[in-house]
Design a protein around this ligand. Structure first.
Ligand SMILES: Nc1ncnc2c1ncn2[C@@H]1O[C@H](COP(=O)(O)OP(=O)(O)OC[C@H]2O[C@@H]([n+]3cccc(C(=O)O)c3)[C@H](O)[C@@H]2O)[C@@H](O)[C@H]1O
Ligand SMILES: Nc1ncnc2c1ncn2[C@@H]1O[C@H](COP(=O)(O)OP(=O)(O)OP(=O)(O)O)[C@@H](O)[C@H]1O
Ligand SMILES: [Mg+2]
Length: 249
C-alpha cells in the first residue's frame, strides 16, 4: 500500500505541474473517500493543499470527523457554510415551478440532493480560481462503475486519484494513512438526505460491488442490478454527446 500511495502522490504532483496550477484542493465531508484524498494532497503539497468544508444540513458528527482529518493531517482548511444558499436556491426553483403548476414533489428529494452536490462543485471551483488550485475528486472504482455520483456535482472535478481503488482498497489506504478509525468504519453516506446510506440506496453492498470488480462470482440478481446501473449511467462517464458532423447538413 505504501508504494501505491507514493505512486498516487507522484501522479498528483505531475498533474499539478502539467496544469500549471499552484496546488490542489478537495471538498472534505467527514467520509472516508475525501479523508484519503485530503491526506494524499497534503503529502503531495504540504504547503499548497486545501481542504474545503462545505456543510449543507450536515450532521455534527460528520463535521467533527472532517475537523479530525484537518487536525490529524495538518492540512490547511476553510469552511464555507452552504446550508442557507442551498435552501434559498431550492426554494426559488420550487416556487417558480409551483407557480407554473409544474412542481414534481416526488422528484424533489433527488433534485435537492443533486443541487447540493452541484452547489458544492461551484464553490470548490470558485475557491480553486482564487488560489489557482485544481479540484481533486474522490470517486472510487465502485462509485465510478455504478455511476453513484452526481453528474457535474461531485463528479465535476479535475483529477480522480482513487478511480481504480475498490472501496476495500480505499479502507486499506485509509488505515495506512492513519485516517481516524471513526471515519474508516462508519457507513458510507452521501449525507444528501436524512438517514441516506450508499448501500441502501444502491440496493447493493460495497462488498458485493468489490467482489464483482475483482471478477468474483456474485449472486445473479445482484449482477443484473449492477450491470443495469452501469449501463444507465454510461453517459456520466463520457463527455456530452453531440451529433456526427455531416457535410452540408
Ligand atoms: N442517456 C443519457 N444521456 C445523457 N444524459 C442523461 C442520460 N440519462 C440521464 N441523463 C442526465 O443525467 C441526469 C441524471 O444523472 P445525475 O444528475 O447524476 O442524477 P442521478 O444519477 O439520478 O442521481 C445521482 C445519484 O448519485 C448519488 N450521489 C450523488 C452525489 C454524491 C453521492 C455520494 O456518494 O456522495 C452520491 C445520489 O444519491 C443519487 O443516487 C438526468 O437528470 C439527465 O439530465
Ligand atoms: N459537507 C461536505 N463538505 C465538503 N465536501 C463534501 C461534503 N459532502 C460531500 N462532499 C464532497 O462530495 C464527495 C462525495 O461524497 P462521498 O460521500 O462519496 O465521499 P465521502 O463522504 O468522502 O466518503 P463515503 O462515500 O464513505 O461517505 C466527498 O468526497 C466530498 O469531496
Ligand atoms: Mg460521504
Amino acid at each position: 500500500m505504501e508504494k501505491r500511495i507514493e505512486y498516487l502522490v507522484n501522479w498528483l504532483r505531475e498533474k499539478k505541474e502539467e496544469a500549471g496550477a499552484d496546488g490542489l484542493l478537495v471538498g472534505l465531508s467527514g467520509g472516508i473517500d475525501s479523508a484519503v484524498v485530503a491526506y494524499l494532497i497534503k503529502h503531495a503539497f504540504p504547503d499548497h493543499s486545501l481542504a474545503v468544508l462545505l456543510p449543507i444540513n450536515n450532521s455534527v458528527e460528520d463535521q467533527q470527523d472532517a475537523l479530525a482529518v484537518v487536525e490529524q493531517s495538518g492540512i490547511d482548511s476553510v469552511g464555507i457554510e452552504l446550508t442557507e444558499p442551498y435552501q434559498t436556491t431550492y426554494e426559488i426553483i420550487k416556487n417558480q415551478l409551483n407557480e407554473k403548476g409544474d412542481w414534481n414533489n416526488e422528484k424533489s428529494q433527488l433534485g435537492g440532493a443533486n443541487l447540493q452536490a452541484r452547489l458544492r462543485m461551484s464553490a470548490l471551483y470558485a475557491v480553486g480560481n482564487n488560489y489557482n488550485y485544481l479540484v481533486v475528486g474522490t470517486d472510487n472504482a465502485a462509485e465510478d462503475y455504478t455511476g453513484y455520483f452526481t453528474k457535474y456535482g461531485d463528479g465535476g472535478v479535475d483529477l480522480v486519484p482513487l478511480i481504480h481503488l475498490r472501496k476495500e482498497e480505499v479502507r486499506e489506504m485509509a488505515e495506512t494513512l492513519n485516517v481516524p478509525d471513526s471515519i474508516i468504519y462508519k457507513k458510507p453516506s452521501a449525507e444528501l438526505w436524512e438517514g441516506q446510506t450508499d448501500e441502501e440506496e444502491l440496493g447493493l453492498s460495497y462488498e458485493t460491488i468489490d467482489a464483482y470488480l475483482k471478477g468474483e462470482e456474485i449472486n445473479p440478481e445482484d449482477e443484473v442490478k449492477l450491470k443495469k446501473r452501469h449501463e444507465i449511467t454510461e453517459h456520466k462517464r463520457q463527455v456530452p454527446a453531440g451529433p456526427d458532423k455531416i457535410e452540408g447538413v
